[in-house]
Design a protein around this ligand. Sequence first.
Ligand SMILES: [Mn+2]
Length: 233
Amino acid sequence: MPRPLIGLTGGRVYGRDIARNLDVLGDSPIDIFYADYSQAVIAAGGIPVFLPLDLGPVDVVEKLDGLLMTGGDDIAPDRYGAELGPDTHVPEPTRDAYELALLDCAFERALPMLGICRGLQLVNVHAGGTLHQHVPEHAFVDEPGSVEQHVVAIEANSVLAELYGPNKSVNSLHHQSIDQVGHGLRVTATTDDGGIEGVEHIDLPLVAVQWHPEMLATAATDPLFRWLVDRAK
Ligand SMILES: [Mn+2]
């Protein structure tokens, strides 16, 4: 059995955003992703491939066996019918458009999909849901990403319950979260303050979580990446 090809999304910065870069390259676009994601996919037996933001989603989804929507900056609130809140980061419209189009194609092909952090928020917005634009009590951004900050309760009879059992201690590096849940999604992980931290699609192989399994000490053996790779085979 060949190792499945897992597409990874990422963001875009510019030469000027990179320390010690040449000044003359300040306006040059650079597509980026955190290697924690690709390392976790490799450890789970998949072959990660980065999906450049200029690629046509239709062309690339045809070639993929699975899709990992990674973390990143805030989604433009107009994508879910809201005004830009005072604490919402400057939107990245190129990435929003690209990832939403990727999800269109992945849904059409029923591709196995995993969303992490922004990836979960994106899945929800794609499904017609909305976001809370600022939940600072979940933004533990001054501590290492590997630190577990709170517990999530996991719904029985879900993929997350199969993988983790009834609860899991997780990290928390997000300042936005799901408000209204989108169509076709089922909430399968919540916090005791009422936050939604995990959703699954009722028909398709799609799981999304608000925490960052790729940053935990257990990343190399995290069952979520194994789930994605196994479903992608
Ligand atoms: Mn959290």
